[in-house]
Write a protein that binds this ligand. Structure first.
Ligand code: UDX
Length: 438
């Protein structure tokens, strides 16, 4: 198969490299010449474990190439994937589809022979049909079908998720398009991946429903964590106790400072908007958005209360700034609410993150960044864990205690064992775990 990937951002690059690994000929296209130039040199603009190797291996074999010239890539392709950005539109929270539609118009001019145009970007229901309309209008004679193929990649585990997905969802409306899409994903038959073929609208709704459900699950356990704190229960045991019920499942029941990232906040907002427009409001999802936003804001209050009602004049060490580990992504990260609120309350922030400090430096003001986690703890009156980077779990708590001015930890990801920390002399607070009985 010959594949054109329009948009070489996170989704486009990961999908393009993985399709090349499947054995297809892939051209990743982007308007940004500097980005394409860097990719040609093997420089990967994002941090994703394993991606640099996958890109360089497939580039060397000639299966993966990069171009700024959309017409050549599209003209030769059996399938064209649209993987351009769909940011949240300012003002109304709806997804901004202008890049998707602009790509569709350009693709229309470049198609030669039967081509399947696939939306890979997360797009609201109705977008696939609109893409088809744009192409038909600008090239009435073009031979094409549209398809919707949402991606379910997690940052930090994207390659694994792509190569070994739980399922692939494909919205198509002709046998011919279905055959092309089946051929694109044929290598996954070897590992018996379920292929869910649906109509286009169903595939579009499936993506949003999936993400909104996961966001709901996290928000649910976060509120249960609040209850646990008040009544002396342990949310981890509750999560295990309910998660072992196969109808509920154990994943996505880890409490924390609220979900962030490039998908959940944006997709829940877009779903709520689409649903209101369709006169079928998703009140649960609307609540999830509100509860999660409130939670991110409240986390600073939790730290302040823990410090006895004031952090004025205190030095706060922060471990982790990205929205989750194994990424340099700061989008909608809880740290963006927590750090400024602590600064506004008079604290000085010293922070460390293994990958996110460059971006954090652009988004946060007056933060002292350190080279190691231990340095961030040095002289701190309280240490706040915001992101559960694996390396933080391996820190030596005794050494941390010696470095800190006051041995106090607020662990918003529950990476430390409360009993152990208290035994070592820390004043310790996690999320949803009981304080020791006095
Ligand atoms: C998510 C979806 O998992 C993926 O299928 C979709 O394609 C894109 O959105 P991602 O945003 O990369 O992926 O990260 P994910 O691991 O799902 O975490 C999202 C947020 O939820 C993070 O802020 C994370 O810290 C939080 N989270 C996740 C929890 O607080 N608790 C959990 O149990 C799981």
């Amino acid at each position: 198969m010959r594949i054109a990937m329009i948009g070489s951002g996170y989704v486009g690059l990961v999908s393009g490299a993985c399709f090349a690994q499947f054995g297809h000929d892939v051209v990743c296209v982007d308007k940004e010449a500097a980005k394409i130039e860097r990719l040609r040199k093997g420089e990967i603009p994002i941090y994703e474990p394993g991606l640099d190797r996958l890109v360089s291996d497939n580039a060397r074999s000639g299966r993966l190439t990069f171009s700024t010239h959309l017409p050549d890539a599209v003209g030769n392709a059996d399938a064209v994937f649209i993987a351009v950005g769909t940011p949240t539109r300012r003002g109304d929270g709806h997804a901004d589809l202008s890049y998707v539609y602009a790509a569709a118009a350009e693709i229309a001019q470049a198609i030669t022979g039967y081509t399947v145009i696939v939306t890979k970007s997360t797009v609201p229901v109705g977008t696939g049909r609109e893409v088809a309309r744009i192409i038909r209008e600008s090239r009435p004679a073009a031979e094409f079908d549209v398809a919707s193929n949402p991606e379910f990649l997690r940052e930090g585990a994207a390659i694994e998720d792509f190569m070994k997905p739980d399922r692939v969802v494909i919205g198509v409306e002709s046998q011919r398009a279905r055959d092309v899409m089946a051929a694109v994903y044929r290598p996954l038959n070897l590992i018996q991946t379920p292929m869910v073929f649906t109509n286009i609208e169903t595939a579009e709704v499936t993506k949003y429903a999936g993400n909104a459900f996961l966001a709901t699950k996290i928000t649910f356990i976060n509120e249960i964590a609040d209850l646990c704190e008040k009544v002396g229960a342990d949310v981890h045991d509750v999560a295990r106790g309910i998660g072992l019920d196969g109808r509920i499942g154990r994943k996505f029941l880890h409490p924390g400072p609220g979900f962030g990232g490039s998908c959940f906040p944006k997709d829940t907002l877009a779903l709520a908007y689409t649903a209101r427009e369709a006169n079928a409001p998703q009140t649960i999802v609307e609540q999830v958005i509100e509860v999660n936003n409130g939670r991110k804001k409240r986390m600073a209050r939790k730290v302040i209360d823990f410090c006895g009602g004031s952090v004025a004049g205190l030095t706060i060490g922060v471990l982790g700034l990205t929205f989750k580990p194994n990424t340099d992504d700061m989008r909608d990260a809880p740290s963006l609410d927590i750090v400024p609120a602590l600064q506004a309350a008079g604290a000085r922030i010293v922070a460390f993150d293994p990958e996110g400090m460059e971006e954090a430096g652009r988004l946060l003001k007056d933060v002292t960044f350190t080279k190691t986690a231990y340095e961030a703890a040095t002289g701190a009156d309280v240490l706040v864990v915001i992101t559960e980077w694996h390396e933080f779990r391996g820190l030596d708590p005794r050494r941390i205690k010696d470095l800190m001015r006051q041995a106090r930890i607020v662990d918003l990801r529950n990476i430390f064992d409360p009993g152990e920390m208290r035994a070592l002399g820390f004043t310790y607070e996690g999320v949803g775990r009981p304080a020791p009985r006095s």
